[in-house]
Design a protein around this ligand. Structure first.
Ligand code: ADP
Ligand code: MG
Length: 318
């Protein structure tokens, strides 16, 4: 199977899922063509997953396909964008149908769930890695950025955090649970659900939004820096129940510092709180925006807590 046969067999069919009216020409030519729509802006982002760094070699290809796209689409959710399409730059050690077929099925599954189609890519031989570029759009000036948080806003998350932290501990053998329990947490890791609908709800309401990919504190720090404010996180508002055998302290650390949850964190003026809570019941208020700079964690008594570890960074202390 050569490069073109591979593309035709496994990836051209994904050009047909979740068709967006903005895609004038998809896979097959030198470029894809996207129609620009009056009064709208493109939102574009790419994410790379490298074997051995972002996922183990023996990862289930179906789950990997799902997860790779979900991780990329989460950035569209964080901008409050409508999804349009994505590109796949895939580097493979060999053209193995037993790997490619489930991988393409996983991608297609997530593409349908999120409502976007494959519009092109690149296929090369080499160590397993993939870059997914996602395209979405928003009305001009309506994208949800990191730099608008205002003093007095509430700090919120779209859903409970920390589940991917449990899964990561299971994956690299720091934690052992029954098969049944493991299945629940691992599913949260392999099938993150990009909060696209929440992103749309937050348009014209949230003042700053980010998706939690590196850990809550690390990602809040990005909002704080971009907005020139201090985000105060009340640790007793982080309430995810740990699995049996994990203590609350450990669970708290995972909620604050483990990456990979792909839940939105955002700042919201209090006047919008009730409306968003009604429309999105899993939302949690976990703190507030104050004058100052950076991120501060406080306990139930309002005392400052010094968290041990903030989040993941490539090239940290190298
Ligand atoms: P070119 O040589 O013009 O860059 P290619 O020969 O690499 O184009 O690819 C042919 C067509 O197949 C292009 O439309 C490209 O976008 C698409 N394509 C290549 N690899 C992939 C892939 N992994 N997924 C989806 N489309 C792909
Ligand atoms: Mg070309």
């Amino acid at each position: 199977m050569d490069e073109f046969e591979l593309i035709r067999r496994y990836f051209v069919p994904l050009g047909l899922t979740g068709v967006s009216e903005s895609v004038a020409l998809g896979i097959g030519d030198d470029c894809a063509l996207l129609d620009s729509q009056m009064g709208r802006q493109w939102t574009v982002s790419c994410d790379t997953l490298v074997c051995g760094r972002h996922f183990p070699l023996e990862s289930d290809p179906f789950l990997l396909g799902q997860r790779a796209l979900a991780v990329a689409v989460s950035d569209l959710a964080a901008m409050g964008a409508d999804p349009v399409g994505f590109m796949l730059a895939l580097t493979l050690p060999q053209a193995d149908p037993d790997w490619l077929q489930p991988f393409a099925r996983g991608l297609a599954q997530m593409a349908r769930q999120c409502g976007l189609c494959l519009i092109g890519g690149d296929t090369t031989r080499g160590p397993l890695a993939m870059t997914l570029t996602v395209f979405g759009s928003t009305p001009v000036g309506k994208a949800l950025r990191r730099d608008g948080a205002q003093i007095g806003d509430c700090l919120c998350i779209g859903e409970a955090l920390g589940e991917a932290g449990v899964a990561l501990a299971l994956l690299d053998g720091r934690l052992h649970l029954s098969a049944e329990q493991s299945a629940y947490w691992l599913d949260r890791y392999w099938r993150p659900s990009p909060q696209l609908a929440l992103g749309l709800l937050l348009r014209d309401k949230a003042t700053a939004v980010i998706d939690v990919s590196d850990g809550l504190l690390a990602d809040c720090e990005h909002i704080a820096t971009a907005s020139g404010v201090m985000l105060v996180v009340e640790q007793n508002q982080l309430t995810t129940q740990p699995p049996h055998g994990v203590d609350n302290r450990q669970m708290l650390e995972w909620q604050m510092s483990a990456g990979d949850d792909y839940v939105l964190a955002f700042t919201l003026p209090p006047r919008h709180l009730e409306e968003i809570r009604q429309a999105w019941p899993s939302m949690q208020v976990i703190g507030r925006v104050e004058t100052g700079l950076g991120v501060r964690v406080i306990d139930a008594q309002g005392n400052r807590v010094e968290p041990a570890y903030k989040g993941y960074r490539h090239f940290m202390a190298e």
